[in-house]
Design a binder for this molecule. Structure first.
Ligand code: CMC
Length: 427
């Protein structure tokens, strides 16, 4: 049997090779389609379109599987820390102790952010959305690190990666501290990567920084769960922008903007605002279930549904358990958690949600943990960005090392055919 797919159109037959991935996923390779047939494919939202071959993350939406470089998300969330996972995603293998120490030391050595950057942050009103601030600061960082722009060797690439992993947490913490009216601090070299992020975010002036293992472990787990998710909207944006050979930081800045939207990373903020609104409205979850099902009503149950996961989101399972543990350990009793559990129970037994395979996604519970950790709602998507950073970097690096061509989709034009210009006084 030939390993080709056949396309028949207008009495002609064309063959295209079929590619098979490591996990037996099949794809028709249509690279030669336009030159052979004069036709293109059309697929808004890219629901059936593979944009690349990638060796980073595998997910099977039907089976609820998510693996980074072959390792299951469940095992990584339990046994690895965020920096190890970042190394794994970016360089392909889990680091040994020596490699991890070197990586961490290199990051520590680059963790200074130019003081001038504070002036840029100062220009933003306190009310600015932190995602807007973060995308701008990431872009501004280019001016202070020009050598990170045109990377031509793997060595340059390594240092661009180290620099952003070092400086991005500083930008995240400054964004939070600006919002809270706290002085803009730096980190502490003696702390672990995530511990240091925690310190930079939460250390209060005139108070000694105190480690909180429960909080740091929860943060670590959340960051790991968000670290990569193959060709989603923001990652595709990073690869697309990077494909023009814009530098790493510019590509990341675009990725942050893509993540901001409520249908993507912004969902975690939207979920919490929705839960708060339901609580303020008397806690009637049924009313909101009905709104979500009403096609005349634009309301959607935020934190439900996923483009790829059609049975369950494995990250949501881990996060739900973590939310229970963190709230228990911190002694937080949050009525919002009860509303979330009620909504989940109703949706899982509701024909509309069952038929459409709509299950809670990663963002349904992450906001509840962030809230328990004292992170303002508007910062939730920033936390997602912090977690996704290694994934974006890994995808950008892979795209550059594979020398992928510039991303440039085609279209089917449906506008006016050619027409004559009409002078202004004749219109
Ligand atoms: N509430 C109510 N109905 C929904 C929902 C929802 N949350 N999600 C999908 N539907 C319905 C939708 O109306 C459609 O119904 P019908 O077939 O009758 O027209 C059907 O389910 C299929 O939806 P879709 O919009 O075609 O699915 P999609 O794959 O294009 O969208 C999604 C996926 C995540 C954008 C969508 O489910 C959604 O808007 N969810 C809420 C936002 C959210 O939680 N986003 C976070 C995603 S996870 C984090 C990340 O990776 O970014």
């Amino acid at each position: 049997m030939s390993n080709n797919a056949r396309l028949e159109y207008a009495g002609k037959s064309y063959e295209f090779p079929v590619k098979k991935g490591t996990e037996n996923e099949l794809a028709i390779d249509i690279k030669t389609m336009r030159s052979a047939t004069g036709m293109i494919t059309i697929d808004p939202g890219y629901k059936n379109t593979g944009s690349c071959e990638s060796a980073i993350t595998f997910l099977d939406g039907e089976k609820g599987i998510l693996r980074y470089r072959g390792y299951s998300i469940e095992e990584l969330a339990e046994k690895a820390d965020f920096l190890e996972v970042a190394y794994l995603l970016i360089f392909g293998e889990l680091p040994n102790q020596e490699e991890l120490d070197k990586f961490h030391n290199d990051i520590k050595g680059e963790s200074h952010v130019d003081e001038e950057m504070k002036k840029i942050l100062d220009g933003f009103p306190k009310s600015a959305h932190p995602m807007g601030v973060l995308t701008s600061l990431t872009s501004a960082l280019i001016a202070f690190n020009p050598s990170s722009v045109n990377v031509t060797s793997e060595k340059d690439m390594y240092w661009a990666i180290v620099r952003i992993l070092a400086k991005f947490p500083v930008l995240v913490s400054w964004t939070l501290r600006k919002k809270k009216g706290l002085p803009l601090d730096y980190g502490d070299d003696t702390l672990g990567y995530v511990e240091n992020i925690h310190k930079m975010m939460f250390k209060r002036p005139n108070h000694k920084y105190e480690k909180n293992k429960v909080v740091i472990d929860a943060l670590d787990k959340l960051l790991i769960l968000h670290a990569d998710h193959e060709q989603n909207c923001s990652t595709s944006t990073v690869r697309m922008v990077g494909s023009s050979h814009a530098g790493l930081f510019a590509s990341l800045s675009a990725g942050i903007a893509a993540l901001w939207g409520p249908l993507h990373g912004g969902a975690n903020q939207a979920v919490l605002e929705m839960l708060e609104a339901i609580e303020a409205d008397g806690g009637d979850t049924k009313k909101y279930m009905n709104k979500a099902k009403d096609k005349e009503d634009p309301f959607r149950l935020m934190g439900f549904g996923h483009r790829v996961y059609k049975n369950f989101d494995p990250r949501a399972k881990i996060i739900k358990k973590a939310a229970d543990e963190v709230l228990g350990d911190l002694g937080v009793e949050d009525p919002i958690l009860e509303i979330a559990k009620g909504l989940e129970k109703e949706a899982l037994n509701d024909e509309y949600f069952v038929d459409r395979k709509l299950y809670p996604n990663v963002d349904f519970y992450s906001g509840i943990i962030y809230r328990a950790l004292g992170i303002p709602t508007e910062m939730f998507t920033v936390m997602f960005a912090l977690g996704r950073l290694p994934g974006w970097i890994a995808q950008w690096r892979e795209m550059r090392l594979r020398n992928e061509p510039i991303g440039r989709p085609r279209q089917v034009y449906i506008g006016h055919p050619s027409r004559e210009f009409v002078a202004l006084d004749k219109r």
